[in-house]
Design a protein around this ligand. Structure first.
Ligand code: BES
Ligand code: MN
Ligand code: ZN
Length: 502
């Protein structure tokens, strides 16, 4: 997709549409005035039969006659001016894209000044247009033998009336499209099922993707034997019930102009299938446990974004990947295991496996003397129960870092919500035979899981994102969302902006 600043002199491409954003209280006359160049219908009547008043998001597609340079006109109801915010803008743009998709429209012409009541500058408008495009125009049909022909929107022409906005426009396109590439990669990996996307496949992918960025990215792969040598026993315990071996991949992103010496570290949970182990899951929606590696997929996507933009940062991305399966070697409830940190853990539920993988990696990354560490994991069903798909659960041992991540989520469609950190969770995790148990009590599962992790992240500033509810859409619309790629990319962009490097 291309997003282009539209000039009058441009040749208009066929199979197009022109969009008009219209506010609720605009009168028929002013609407007529806007569009009468293109269509000659009785607009008053069209709006009337389409129940236009007080109908935010109402969208009408009109056909022009053969002589017109635009083939179709889209009218979209933007609702009340005073209530028009980022959310409304995002959903309006999304509706336009969906309509274009349904009607196989290839070129869209938008006058950005129609959306002046979303008070953010051009940068955020363009970024939100690209985010919305990335959400709508995604297909995962690699495994279909009969492929329906889809026509994607190829170019979006934006009319900008103020010349000095041009630089911000270009910047937004550059940032937005790079994030979009990261998201596409994350979605493609996430949607790949576990018979294909095995732990080995995942780490190989993490290697292959960065071959073309050799100058900035170096990837090291650790096999099961290497992981054993490192003493990551909790991680290996999860893997022992599967015929697929465990792997770890470390992606070093370096830049000669980096603003930081101590690296930013990202960790992704990469369970390619989570059956629950001996504490087996119920069958309902169990297929979706192929998504239990979305954390790892998002770390790969974020690293791709950094490489695409060649950002002046040092970042290390790590994925720990294995299957949680059942065989004669599986770990069992009641087992007591050791960890890389030497703390012992009593296993009370083999389905709480993500934290066992992560706790060892959290210990491992101490050696990098990290500036900050962020782990990304589809960690708990409890987080889905608490926040649904509205936000990822956030947990941190550092207020400032949490503040920065919250700030990054402000202008984008990738939200977070603080999970509570009550002292009683400590009691929940007590074991009478080991240092910790791997589950808490019946409730507050998202918080206790985070609390568990915090024991292993004492030596640095750390933040945990539970993406169990946000990483994919469930049920019939089953598909990865690419969250929280935008969020973390934005966090990095904000840092560089502060350093005046953007
Ligand atoms: N991968 C799951 C979390 C999950 C469940 C994500 C459903 C998305 C949807 C994780 O490994 C898990 O099974 N967690 C358990 C923990 C429990 C046993 C304490 C859970 O949340 O049920
Ligand atoms: Mn599990
Ligand atoms: Zn899991």
């Amino acid at each position: 997709m291309e997003i282009i600043q539209y000039e009058k002199t441009y040749k208009i491409l066929k199979n197009n549409c022109i969009v008009f954003g219209i506010y609720e209280d605009e009168n028929y006359f002013s609407i007529f005035h806007k569009i009468n160049k293109y269509i000659t219908y009785d607009i008053k009547n069209i709006l009337k039969i389409n129940d236009w008043k007080k109908n935010f998001g109402k969208i009408i597609l009109l056909y022009t006659d053969l002589k017109s340079k635009y083939n179709r006109v889209i009218l979209i109801n933007c609702g009340n001016k005073n209530k028009f915010c980022r959310n409304s803008f995002f959903s309006i743009i999304k509706k336009i894209f969906i309509l274009c998709q349904e009607n196989s429209i290839e070129y869209i012409y938008i006058n950005i000044s129609d959306f002046q009541y979303y008070k953010k500058n051009i940068y955020w408008k363009i970024r939100n247009i690209i985010d919305s495009y990335t959400e709508v125009f995604y297909l995962f049909n690699k495994y279909k033998t009969e492929i329906k022909k889809y026509i994607f929107v190829k170019k979006i022409f934006i009319k900008i009336n103020i010349k000095k906005h041009l630089l911000d426009f270009k910047k937004a396109v550059f940032h937005g499209l790079s994030i979009s590439k990261g998201i596409k990669l994350t979605k493609d990996i996430s949607n790949t099922p576990s018979n294909i996307c095995t732990p080995k496949y995942l780490v190989k992918k993490s290697h292959k993707i960065f071959k073309k960025y050799k100058k900035n990215v170096e990837v090291k792969i650790f096999n099961q034997e290497d992981i054993k040598q490192l003493g990551m026993n909790a991680f290996l315990t999860v893997a022992q019930g599967s015929s697929q071996k465990a792997y770890m991949s470390i992606m070093y992103y370096k830049n000669k102009d980096a603003i930081n010496h101590r690296p930013f570290v990202l960790i992704g949970k990469g369970v390619t299938f989570d059956s629950g182990g001996i504490s087996i899951k119920s069958s309902y929606l169990m297929d979706e446990m192929k998504y239990d590696m979305c954390g790892a997929a998002s770390v790969i996507g974020i690293m791709k974004f950094l490489a695409e933009l060649n950002l002046p940062l040092n970042v290390i991305g790590i994925i720990g990947t294995c299957e949680n399966m059942i065989n004669g070697n599986s770990y069992k409830p009641g087992d007591i295991i050791s960890t890389m940190s030497k703390k012992t853990i009593e296993i009370l539920n083999t389905d709480a496996e993500g934290r066992l993988i992560l706790c060892d990696i959290l210990t491992y990354v101490e050696r990098f003397n990290p500036k900050i560490v962020i782990d990304i994991a589809t960690l708990t069903g409890s987080c889905v129960a608490t926040l649904g798909n509205a936000a990822s659960g956030l947990f941190s041992n550092n207020k400032n870092l949490a503040k920065k991540i919250k700030k990054a989520s402000k202008n984008i469609n990738d939200k977070v919500w603080n999970l509570p950190k009550f002292k009683v969770y400590k009691k929940y995790l007590q074991s009478n035979v080991a240092d910790l148990s791997n589950i808490g009590e019946k409730y507050a599962g998202a918080s206790t899981a985070s609390y568990f992790l915090s024991y292993f992240a004492k030596k640095y500033k750390w933040l945990h994102l539970d993406i169990a509810g946000t990483a994919w859409n469930s049920g019939k619309k089953k598909s990865a969302t690419g969250k929280p790629v935008t969020l973390i990319c934005q966090y990095f962009l904000n840092i560089l902006k502060k350093y005046k490097k953007l």
